[in-house]
Design a protein around this ligand. Structure first.
Ligand SMILES: Nc1nc2c(c(=O)[nH]1)N[C@H]1C(S)=C(S)[C@@H](COP(=O)(O)OP(=O)(O)OC[C@H]3O[C@@H](n4cnc5c(=O)[nH]c(N)nc54)[C@H](O)[C@@H]3O)O[C@H]1N2
Ligand SMILES: Nc1nc2c(c(=O)[nH]1)N[C@H]1C(S)=C(S)[C@@H](COP(=O)(O)OP(=O)(O)OC[C@H]3O[C@@H](n4cnc5c(=O)[nH]c(N)nc54)[C@H](O)[C@@H]3O)O[C@H]1N2
Ligand code: SF4
Ligand SMILES: [Mo]
Length: 865
């Protein structure tokens, strides 16, 4: 076997090192034992990377208006379109919308073209939806966007506070590192989240706060700390400003903290006592904090508590912002946000001038550009007339998604670069450019702890796909900017980026990787920028070198519940899907965990509303509707609903979270409040439900509700309708496609089943039921699609939909590594045979691969105990 290729996982900001190895069977991946983020571990998504390398959904050639064109024509059209828009309307009419999934080199090139050569600062990124509040909070407190700590702090802490983060599902390898440390040293863990998530598996205390009440909770903490002897007076006096005002503001909220958060006072005090008594405390935070109209204040409320206690920059302590995307940090370093320039510089005149000289740039943007939500509103209003979208799917991920779609539909020039041909955004693009994907592209990414690692290619470029930086450079050259964009590869871009970070820096800016400019790019090993831990002895990047405590007050989320919209909606992530599913949706292994979106609700709320567990329901907000299956669970607070952000029009009818959300934003960071909306929930009341299993991509004319998912080499479609004619129309369409089916009907039970054959080969099966959902063994059946059926017995079994004993069952898969169904584990537990995670692992293998499912297994054991 050849030497493995050392690269980095393209999913979450943990930034795990991956070894890609070629074997007879193709490329396989495993965790890189030498990478400092994961030391060999991978989660379910990382472990399934090999399943997502297929080309079936890829865009392989440039397209203009749906017609294949050459690269020369495509680049020419982009360059001419941008130039014509600038000539007619000025540079502000042109925008770039980028992504934390681009590599640093791609991101640097795009930002340089826009902010240095086109003269527009209308360059924003999906990090606006993700990290903007953390960035703004860091800059307010530290004078720079610095994450002070490192992952080892999680392992050295005595108390870890996890705020608004479902670490077990969203940063699973960090969760495993924390779990191991807790096992070894008894780390105390507090989880602050309105939902009882899988992350609570490690929690000594779970504070199920009212959504949006984090500032009140942390103000209560600061007031408590101020009144106890936990304040580090030396640090506060020597290295901070704003302490007295911040404690005064905290006292204004503190008396109502229990009422506002809805947390029993005794639990709050317990948390405050633990925090006060534990110097080695790390506070991790993520989207429950950032995605809020008070996101920046939430961040500063957390930073205040750490600054007041001097718990920053020393082993085992500090506030820690978990970054979501693999290169959210790299994007911040190159200035991908509309209110930043490159290399962590802002728009101060000296910085603009420095960039002008360094880049020899003709048109450096002098003022901040439009932030994502405002940018798409400006497109809708006709103020921005050309937009180039790279590596993100805003038609899905932005709030008020229908307004975003309308804006793109009326925009004269929409250019989109993606590795996938069909996404909700690509459907709206005039010019579609094929990008290289993971395993093909080459460059660097920066993870949550400031470690820069290489992504290395191991696959040839498919079709005519090209690197994102290459497209940018070609467009720049076609617009006459040859000199600034003459790089031969990503290494040259990285060296320029490194040199810029050191240019006239002299310690004034936190981001300085000048030393890496001379490193051997191809051999680059992971390295962390800055000190291992920052700010232990002050040295903040504010004008006076002191950190700022910021006085903040509780503000509720903008969307208010009413008699019409009595529920609070919260949205977020599932363990095995990544965002809009363009890659994870290709893997049967990953799609088995949650094959359709669930609408989670407290059982008492469901009962009061007369809604049955497992029934289809409709959620509606002022902006739109969403249909999904109700899942009643005590993990939800009363009055709150949760649904996933992943599904979209390519994977489902009517399951797009962004369509429900208002575009309310934080006034400082501009980050949208994607975690809060006021909604109602009502029965969908189908007259039939069904499951269709066939090859991919069948049209479903007239079916009002469907969800597609991959299963064992075929596609399963869960579907439902509210009129009998819809079922008849679907049957007619399938007959038209496949011919006459074998049929089984039991009208008394409202059951009908169909199997379409071509000779002895099975083409498709459809199960319909008028009373609840049919439950055929989906993945077992899927295994027969395209196969010749051996015997009449098999035909009979297929129409029965029943798998023989031992075949994969009907329900969701809990353990993605070994395809162990949730039902199999539940049954073993119910029979009393298996009573621990270890016993389940030994008997069923579940949990013995990547370990991502262990919190769920332990949850099942707890429920049965
Ligand atoms: N499996 C998976 N992992 C991922 C991703 C993915 O798509 N799939 N995406 C990556 C990206 S880009 C990101 S940004 C991260 C996100 O990682 P996380 O932030 O951990 O994920 P979310 O599920 O969006 O939200 C976290 C939690 O915030 C809680 N929450 C909602 N409102 C509030 C509130 O007012 N206060 C508090 N304290 N909590 C609240 C929600 O209930 C939810 O459990 O995940 C990364 N990792
Ligand atoms: N309701 C709700 N909405 C949310 C959130 C939420 O919690 N709730 N979270 C928000 C957050 S934190 C985030 S980060 C966003 C994420 O939202 P998006 O960025 O819109 O989602 P992705 O599916 O990651 O989109 C990435 C796209 O880039 C493509 N791609 C992958 N690699 C490359 C590449 O190398 N080059 C190019 N050109 N394309 C590539 C993929 O195929 C995909 O189409 O969603 C936000 N929206
Ligand atoms: S935790 Fe999982 S998704 Fe995140 S980088 Fe590591 S392997 Fe990839
Ligand atoms: Mo994110």
């Amino acid at each position: 076997m050849a030497e493995p290729i050392r690269t980095t996982c393209p999913y979450c900001g943990t930034g795990c090192g991956v070894l890609a190895e070629k074997s007879e069977a193709g490329w396989t991946v495993r965790g890189d034992p030498d990478h400092p983020a994961n030391f060999g571990r991978l989660c379910s998504k990382g472990a399934a990377l090999g399943d997502t390398l297929g080309l079936e959904t890829r865009l392989l050639h440039p397209l203009i208006g749906g017609q294949r064109v050459s690269w020369g024509e495509a680049i020419g059209a982009v360059a001419e379109g941008l130039a014509a828009t600038i000539a007619a309307e000025g540079p502000g009419a042109v925008a770039l919308y980028l992504s934390g999934q681009l590599l640093t080199e791609d991101y640097y090139a795009a930002n340089k073209l826009a902010k240095g050569f086109l003269g527009t600062a209308n360059v924003d990124t999906n990090s606006r939806l993700c990290m903007a509040s953390a960035v703004a909070g860091h800059r307010r407190a530290f004078g720079a966007d610095t994450v002070p700590g490192c992952y080892a702090d999680l392992e050295e802490a005595d108390l870890v506070v996890i705020v608004g983060s479902n670490l077990a599902w969203c940063h699973p390898v960090l969760f495993q590192r924390l779990a191991a440390a807790r096992e070894a040293r008894g780390t105390r863990v507090v989880v602050i989240d309105p939902r009882r998530t899988e992350t609570c598996d490690l929690a000594d205390l779970h504070l199920a706060l009212a959504p949006g009440s984090d500032v009140a909770l942390f103000n209560g903490l600061l007031a408590y700390l101020g009144a106890s002897d936990a304040i580090d007076r030396g640090f506060v006096e020597g290295w901070t400003t704003g302490y007295a005002e911040s404690v005064a503001a905290a006292w204004a909220d503190a008396p109502s903290a229990a009422a506002v958060t809805g947390i029993p006072a005794a639990d709050l005090v317990r948390f405050y006592e633990w925090f006060a008594a534990t110097p080695k405390t790390v506070t991790l935070f993520s989207q429950g904090v950032n995605q809020s109209s008070a996101g920046t204040d939430k961040v500063n409320a957390i930073l205040n508590a750490h600054l007041a206690t001097g718990r920053i920059g020393r082993p085992g302590m500090g506030p820690f912002s978990l970054t979501g995307q693999p290169n959210a940090m790299g994007g911040r370093e190159v200035g991908g946000l509309a209110n930043q320039l490159a290399a962590h510089m802002d728009f101060a005149p000296g910085n603009c001038d420095r960039l002008r000289r360094f880049w020899n740039a003709p048109a450096v943007a002098e003022a901040e550009g439009l932030k994502a939500v405002d940018l798409f509103q400006a497109i809708g209003a006709g103020k921005v007339e050309a937009v180039w979208i790279m590596g993100t799917n805003p038609a899905v991920s932005l709030p008020e998604a229908d307004a975003v779609r309308k804006a793109l539909a009326r925009c004269p020039l929409v250019i989109a670069s993606d590795c996938v041909a069909d996404t909700d955004t690509m459907r709206l693009a005039h010019i579609r450019l094929p990008a290289l994907g993971w395993g093909e592209k080459s460059g660097t990414v920066t993870n949550s702890e400031r470690t820069i690692s290489r992504q290395r290619p191991f696959l040839p470029p498919p079709g005519e796909a090209r690197a994102d930086w290459w497209m940018v450079a070609e467009v720049a050259k076609a617009m006459g900017f040859e000199a600034g964009f003459a790089w031969e590869g990503p290494g040259g871009i990285f060296r320029e980026h490194a040199r810029l970070s050191a240019f006239e820096n002299e310690g004034r800016r936190d981001f300085d990787i000048g030393a890496a400019a001379d490193a051997d790019y191809d051999a680059l090993t992971p390295f962390q920028w800055g000190e291992r831990r920052m700010f232990a002895d002050g040295g903040f990047f504010t004008p006076d070198g002191r950190a700022r405590l910021i006085p903040v007050r509780h503000r509720p989320p903008v969307a208010v519940r009413s008699a019409h919209y009595p529920f609070r909606l919260n949205t977020g992530r599932y363990r095995d899907q990544w965002h809009t599913m363009t890659r994870t949706g290709l893997s049967a292994r990953l799609s088995g965990h949650r094959r359709e979106p669930l609408i989670e609700i407290h059982p008492s709320d469901a009962a009061e509303a007369g809604l049955a567990d497992g029934a289809l329901v409709r959620v509606e907000s002022r902006h739109g509707g969403y249909v999904g299956r109700l899942h009643a669970t005590p993990a939800q607070r009363r009055g709150d609903l949760f649904l996933p952000m992943h599904w979209n029009d390519c994977f489902a009818a009517s399951a797009l979270a962004g369509r429900l959300l208002s575009a309310h934003t934080d006034p400082i960071s501009g980050q949208p409040e994607s975690k809060h909306e006021a909604v109602r929930v009502t029965a969908f009341a189908p007259v039939f439900e069904g499951v269709l299993i066939a090859g991919a991509g069948l049209a479903l004319p007239g079916i009002p509700w469907w969800v597609r998912h991959k299963t064992a080499g075929a596609e399963a479609v869960e579907l439902a309708g509210d009129r009998e004619e819809q079922a008849a129309a679907l049957l007619a369409a399938l007959d038209g496609h496949f011919g006459t089916p074998l049929t089984f009907r039991d009208p008394a039970r409202g059951v009908a089943r169909f199997a379409w054959m071509e000779g002895e080969r099975l083409r498709a099966v459809l199960f319909l039921a008028s009373d609840g959902r049919p439950e055929p063994a989906r993945s077992w059946l899927a295994g027969f699609i395209g196969q010749e059926l051996a015997a009449p017995l098999e035909r009979a079994q297929i129409l029965a939909g029943l798998a023989p004993a031992g075949a994969p069952g009907a329900g969701p898969i809990l353990c993605a590594c070994f395809s162990v169904a949730a039902a199999t584990i539940a049954q073993a537990i119910a029979e009393g045979k298996l009573t621990s995670v270890a016993a389940i692992g030994a008997a069923l293998k579940a949990g013995t691969g990547c370990g991502s499912c262990i919190p769920e297994i332990r949850g099942m054991l707890k429920v049965s105990a």
